[in-house]
Write a protein that binds this ligand. Structure first.
Ligand code: HEC
Ligand code: HEC
Length: 267
């Protein structure tokens, strides 16, 4: 069992992690070879690394997640941005000067969003190629703890609510998928050793395969009915709107009925 996970890890790192460790050019060509397509697409290792390390907490122009939206940093002075990126080390692991400079270059590139979304697509294909297909059911069992996590980490629902069940120590994950794509969520779950979850998963990391199943479960349609208040708000708006309309129509009809009976009374 354990050996299978090691094999999965090695395979993932061959395709993904290994790619990132190399120079941008060879990484790009390697990903292209792996994909066997999209050779014309400009793929860069920096964007891929950003997908692996940053998308779990930050969007670029997509709003706040655990961390702030990074779009405004495009206009920041380079040195200030570099200092902030360096501060992420406790969350993502060591960052060399070169890493920091490359992230600054990415964040200040007018094509940053496009580069990241291409990288996300490639990353999910690379993951799909090495791992078992994502399974909502397996994800649910892992989340609830009815299937043990490979490295013996505690079940997610000890701290998190998703749908109808779960604890409240961590944020409610029910509506997370409305703010965060599946790739970002997979990355966030794998980055769990850097969140508050540090203590819990530092020596018991979530495997890439588990993260894929968990993200699938957390993106499933089951996650809609118990949607958070935030999500219910627009529906509430509609309900109030419809009720308001009915009241107005009702009043109008009552008034016109009164008028008719008044007219009848007079007549
Ligand atoms: C585990 C979550 C997490 C991860 C992963 C993460 N960040 Fe952050 N980041 C934050 C939070 C939270 C803040 C807000 C400031 C703080 O608390 O340090 C932040 C702040 C920043 C800021 C300053 C933005 C501002 O408006 O103040 C930059 C730039 C930044 N992060 C870049 C990155 C980059 C680049 C990566 C990937 C290498 C990354 N972050 C990974 C959580 C994260
Ligand atoms: C010991 C309690 C605990 C456990 C167990 C736990 N988490 Fe968390 N999790 C948290 C807390 C607290 C946060 C809030 C982020 C922070 O401040 O670190 C969080 C944040 C998250 C986030 C980011 C949410 C957001 O809004 O950005 C995701 C995704 C997540 N957890 C998924 C999981 C999954 C999947 C599992 C099971 C493998 C799990 N967590 C297990 C406590 C826990």
């Amino acid at each position: 069992m354990n050996r299978m996970f090691i094999a999965i890890f090695v395979a993932t790192f061959f395709l993904f992690g290994n790619t990132l460790a190399q120079s941008p050019d060879s990484a790009a060509s390697q990903v292209d070879t792996v994909q066997g397509e999209s050779t014309s697409k400009q793929v860069d290792a920096v964007a891929l690394r950003y997908v692996q390390q940053c998308v779990g907490c930050h969007t670029i122009g997509g709003g706040k997640l655990t961390g702030p939206d990074l779009l405004p940093t495009r206009a920041w002075p380079k040195s200030e941005l570099a200092a902030k990126v360096k501060l992420m080390e406790p969350r993502v692991g060591p960052l060399s000067q070169q890493d920091v400079d490359q992230y600054v270059e990415l964040l200040q590139d007018a094509r940053a969003q496009e580069r990241v979304s291409i990288a996300q697509e490639l990353a999910s294909k690379a993951v799909a190629a090495t791992l078992d297909p994502a399974s909502e059911q397996i994800g649910r069992k892992l989340f609830e703890g009815s299937t043990r996590l490979a490295n013996n980490g505690i079940a997610c629902n000890t701290c998190h609510r998703a749908g109808a069940q779960g604890g409240s120590f961590g944020p409610d994950l029910t509506a997370l998928h409305t703010r965060m794509g599946k790739v970002a969520m997979t990355s966030a779950i794998q980055q769990s050793q850097f969140l508050v979850m540090t203590g819990t998963y530092k020596d018991r990391p979530i495997t890439a395969q588990e993260a894929v199943h968990l993200a699938e479960y957390l993106s499933s349609p089951d996650m809609m009915p118990q949607a958070s208040l935030e999500d219910r708000a627009p529906m509430l708006g509609t309900v109030i709107g419809v009720m308001g309309l009915l009241t107005v129509v009702g009043l109008y009809r009552k008034r016109s009925r009164n008028r008719i009976s008044r007219q009848r009374g007079i007549a």
